[in-house]
Design a protein around this ligand. Structure first.
Ligand SMILES: Cc1cc2nc3c(=O)[nH]c(=O)nc-3n(C[C@H](O)[C@H](O)[C@H](O)COP(=O)(O)OP(=O)(O)OC[C@H]3O[C@@H](n4cnc5c(N)ncnc54)[C@H](O)[C@@H]3O)c2cc1C
Length: 210
């Protein structure tokens, strides 16, 4: 909530109005996850659903030409469960790329499971490539001790006024699009000025980083 008790809405790059909901400052994801987890655990406590954690689905089982359940690994055991309907919600596919800010589990399992079961897949070429991602040099990574995971710098930072600088410290986006850093899309030349230098971030925006 903001100071007036209204939902706290932020502007993201390319949006024409602030409509990004924030919770707990820069802890929006934790807020969303907490609410979802609580709801699922409540449903389990009420006996409406059964949750099986740390299970890895390996294939879809089929019967009479239809998907009839899933096969999965749990505690090293191969198990299966029947389902009248199977909904695949296995997240993204960013780990197929050399550099990604996606979590380690984003390995396109749902797509592969569906495709192996005979589903038609479409629009696989549509991926969001994020223009602002921080990859620390090897020595800084070691000092920070936080592995080799690139950190996504939220478009909300640009929405709040951050600008992109090239390797010479010069702003370049106004030369490509009238909306500059807030452009919905633009095409940069092959030798693009994108750089690993940090964004110039105005004071007061750090709470929007994710
Ligand atoms: C760095 C980053 C920042 C983001 N910031 C925002 C933001 O600010 N606001 C916003 O709205 N969105 C944001 N997003 C996008 C948002 O996180 C995703 O769109 C959302 O989490 C996708 O939810 P999902 O349930 O589809 O997949 P996920 O949340 O990825 O869940 C998929 C689940 O499936 C499980 N799974 C995968 N394979 C298998 C398998 N074979 N068997 C069993 N389980 C499996 C995984 O372990 C995981 O738990 C961000 C994403 C990234 C990467």
């Amino acid at each position: 909530m903001d100071d007036d008790g209204d939902p706290s809405l932020g502007l993201e790059a390319a949006h024409s109005a602030p409509r990004i909901l924030h919770a707990g400052g820069d802890a929006t994801g934790a807020g969303v996850a907490r609410a979802l987890i609580r709801t699922v655990l409540d449903a389990q406590a009420a006996g409406r659903i059964q949750v099986m954690g740390h299970a890895q689905v390996t294939s879809l089982s089929q019967s009479e030409g239809r998907v009839a359940g899933v096969n999965f690994l749990h505690d090293g055991r191969a198990l299966g469960v029947h389902g009248d309907a199977v909904l695949l919600a296995t997240g993204g596919a960013g780990q197929l790329f050399a550099q990604t800010t996606n979590p380690a589990v984003a390995t396109a399992d749902g797509l592969a499971l569906a495709w192996r079961a005979g589903a038609a897949v479409a629009d696989l070429e549509f991926f969001q490539f994020h223009p602002t991602c921080m990859v620390l040099p090897a020595d800084a990574l070691e000092a920070a001790g936080n592995g080799n995971e690139p950190l996504l710098i939220s478009e909300a930072v640009r929405g709040e006024g951050a600008i992109l600088l090239d390797a010479n410290g010069e702003r370049f986006m106004p030369g490509y699009h009238a909306d500059a850093e807030l452009a919905r899309a633009t095409s940069l030349p092959a030798a693009s000025p994108c750089t690993s230098r940090p964004l110039e971030i105005p004071t007061g925006t750090s709470s929007l980083m994710r």
